[in-house]
Design a binder for this molecule. Structure first.
Ligand code: 15L
Length: 257
């Protein structure tokens, strides 16, 4: 899907949650180009204010805790907050949600495995568990109420890959935009799960089952390989962070207190 085609595309009103977060700041000006009104919110506001969703055609939900954390903030933002969002969406008749899930839903697969969204979830911490909850909650709201959701298991979306792991998990900002737009514009989304990853040389994730979304990544981490390898000259093969797809996330958890 080329951006030339998409610049003519306009949504009447979109809601972007988590607009002040890392990826929210990236997507905010980019999504603005495609809609007449881009409503911005913080997840905390959605608890009581279903009005925030009035007249909204679709939601891009980036709000919430975006890394491993203790249970209370994860519970409030990613579990209670997500439930509030879906309830508000149901009451306001929102038809489609693009949900920022995470690769940490399957972080305990090994880096020498290629997996797909059909494989069982293996979350690597409380954060990954909360995203697994989100994927299940959204499935329920599709099966029961017909609200479509694209769950994006985002890899590592940064200006460039920071280490060797990110050579596999990197999602460029341009590919992130392509992914979100594909999910907003696909004629049928239903309930879909797709890994958010660029066209990297060694990818651990097979997105064939999400081909209907029409996401075609155009960037690759390869031009950044030399720099990433120089930053991390060797890998400790006994380190769980090098063994598992979730990287350092697999070493976190309440048992570390
Ligand atoms: C995530 O889910 C985080 O939001 C992000 O900050 C990165 O740590 C990313 O995963 C990753 O796995 O690299």
């Amino acid at each position: 899907m080329s951006s030339q085609v998409l610049t003519s595309l306009r949504f009447e009103r979109l809601l972007l949650t988590g607009a002040a977060g890392g990826l929210g700041r990236v997507l905010r000006p980019r999504l603005k180009r495609y809609c007449n009104t881009l409503r911005l919110s913080d997840i905390a506001e959605l608890g009581t204010a279903a009005e925030g969703l009035e007249g909204v055609s679709a939601v891009v939900h980036l709000g919430g805790v975006s890394t491993e954390a203790s249970f209370e903030p994860v519970l409030q933002a990613n579990i209670v907050g997500l439930y509030n969002l879906y309830e508000a969406a149901r009451k306001q008749g929102v038809k489609r949600i693009v949900f920022a899930s995470s690769n940490h839903v399957t972080g305990f697969y090994r880096q020498d495995e290629v997996i797909s969204p059909a494989d069982p979830m293996r979350p690597d911490g409380l954060y990954g568990i909360s995203k697994a909850f989100g994927e299940n909650l959204s499935r329920y709201y599709f099966d029961r109420y017909g609200i479509e959701t694209a769950c994006l298991r985002i890899g590592s979306s940064f200006p460039e890959p920071r280490d060797r792991r990110m050579l596999s998990t990197w999602l460029s900002y341009d590919d992130l935009e392509r992914l979100v737009l594909a999910c907003l514009t696909a004629p049928v989304v239903g309930h879909s799960v797709i890994y958010g990853v660029s066209d990297n040389r060694a990818v651990w994730w097979d997105n064939t089952s999400a081909a209907h979304l029409g996401f075609r990544p155009q960037d690759s981490s390869e031009p950044f390989r030399a720099a990433a390898e120089a930053r991390q000259p060797s890998i400790d093969l006994a380190d769980p962070a090098s063994i598992f797809q979730g990287g350092a996330f697999v070493r976190t958890g309440p048992f570390d207190n």
